[in-house]
Ligand binder design. Structure first.
Ligand SMILES: O=C(O)CCC(=O)C(=O)O
Ligand SMILES: [Fe+2]
Length: 285
C-alpha cells in the first residue's frame, strides 16, 4: 500500500518565470533560469574535465537482505520444533544441534554469496537502462556555484549543504535513461552518507532539443521538451522523505545531442558533497 505523501519542500512562489505545470504532485518549469553563457560555461567545464559513463546503483538491497534473514531465521526454529521427533530416531540432542548448526551456517554463507551476486547482476542490468555520460562539478567551479545559488533561492534554503554537487549529463543520439525514481524507499539506510532521501530534483537543460530527448513523467502524462536555460523542478519525496511513486520519470531516447545540469536536494547535509559522483538508484525501474 502506498504511504501517504504530504507536501513537498517549500518553493519561492515569487521566483521570476516560475510556472506550475502539474499539481499533486507539484512540478514546475522556470524559463531562463540560467543564461546562455551560463549554460555554455557548464558544458565547457564538463568537456574540460571529461565525462564518463553515468553510474547506476541497485537500490532496495536492504529489502532483499531483510527477506533473506527472515527466511534463514525460520531454519533453526523448524529444527527445534523437530527435536523430539529426531530424538526418537536415536540421535542425542547435542549431535542434532551440531548437525543443525553446521547446515544452517553453510546455508547462510551460500545465501550471502547468492545475494551479493544478485545485487551485482541487477546493477549490470540497470546500467543498460542508463546510457548517458556525465561528470560531477563541485561548487568551487564558479558556473556550478552560480547554479547552486539560484537553486537555493528557488527553494528558500539558507545553505547548499543538502545539495550533492552539480551533475552535468550528456546524451548523444540513441542514448536514454529508462523510467526510474530519484528517491529510494530505503534511503535512510542505504543513502545515509549522501544525505538520505532525495526531496527535490532540479534539472536545467543546457541546449534546445527539437526532437526526442524529452523528460517524461509517464504516470502523469507530462512531457517536457528541453529548452536551453529552462529549469524543471519536481519532488521525488515529500518534505518528510515519504517516497512519491507518482514522480516516476525517464529521459527519452535522444534524436540529437542533449545536455543537462542536475542537482539532487537531500533531506540532510551531504557529507560526500562534490567529492564522489553518486550513482542513480534505479530499483523498480
Ligand atoms: O534526462 C532526463 O530528461 C532526466 C534525467 C533524470 O531523470 C536523472 O538524471 O535522474
Ligand atoms: Fe531522474
Amino acid at each position: 500500500m502506498m504511504a501517504t505523501v504530504g507536501d513537498p519542500m517549500p518553493v519561492d512562489e515569487t521566483f521570476p518565470h516560475l510556472r506550475k505545470v502539474h499539481s499533486s504532485p507539484e512540478i514546475y518549469l522556470i524559463k531562463d533560469f540560467l543564461s546562455e553563457d551560463e549554460c555554455n560555461a557548464l558544458k565547457a567545464e564538463a568537456l574540460n574535465r571529461g565525462l564518463s559513463q553515468s553510474p547506476v546503483k541497485y537500490g532496495g538491497w536492504t529489502q532483499d537482505v531483510g527477506e533473506a534473514l527472515r527466511l534463514l531465521s525460520v531454519g533453526p526454529a523448524v529444527w527445534i520444533a523437530l527435536l523430539p521427533e529426531l530424538n526418537a530416531h536415536g540421535k542425542s540432542t547435542i549431535e542434532i544441534a551440531v548437525e543443525v548448526m553446521g547446515t544452517w551456517v553453510a546455508a547462510t554463507l551460500s545465501f550471502g554469496v547468492l545475494l551479493l551476486g544478485w545485487a551485482k547482476w541487477r546493477e549490470t542490468q540497470l546500467q543498460a537502462l542508463r546510457t548517458s555520460t556525465s561528470v560531477r562539478l563541485d561548487a568551487s567551479v564558479s558556473c556550478a556555484h552560480k547554479y547552486e545559488m539560484r537553486a537555493r533561492q528557488l527553494l528558500t534554503l539558507p545553505s547548499s549543504e543538502t545539495f550533492e554537487g552539480v551533475d552535468i549529463i550528456r546524451y548523444e543520439r540513441g542514448q536514454a535513461l529508462k523510467p526510474h525514481f530519484d528517491a529510494n524507499r530505503e534511503a535512510r539506510l542505504e543513502d545515509a552518507e549522501r544525505g538520505g532521501q532525495v526531496l527535490a530534483t532540479a534539472i536545467v537543460y543546457l541546449n534546445d532539443v527539437r526532437s526526442g530527448g524529452r523528460t517524461r513523467f509517464g504516470r502523469l502524462g507530462l512531457d517536457v521538451q528541453p529548452q536551453r536555460g529552462e529549469c524543471l523542478l519536481f519532488f521525488p519525496a515529500d518534505k518528510n522523505g515519504a517516497f512519491d511513486e507518482r514522480t516516476e520519470h525517464e529521459g527519452m531516447e535522444a534524436d540529437e545531442e542533449k545536455w543537462l545540469a542536475r542537482i539532487w536536494v537531500h533531506e540532510n547535509a551531504v557529507s560526500t558533497r562534490g567529492v564522489t559522483a553518486t550513482p542513480a538508484r534505479l530499483a523498480g525501474a
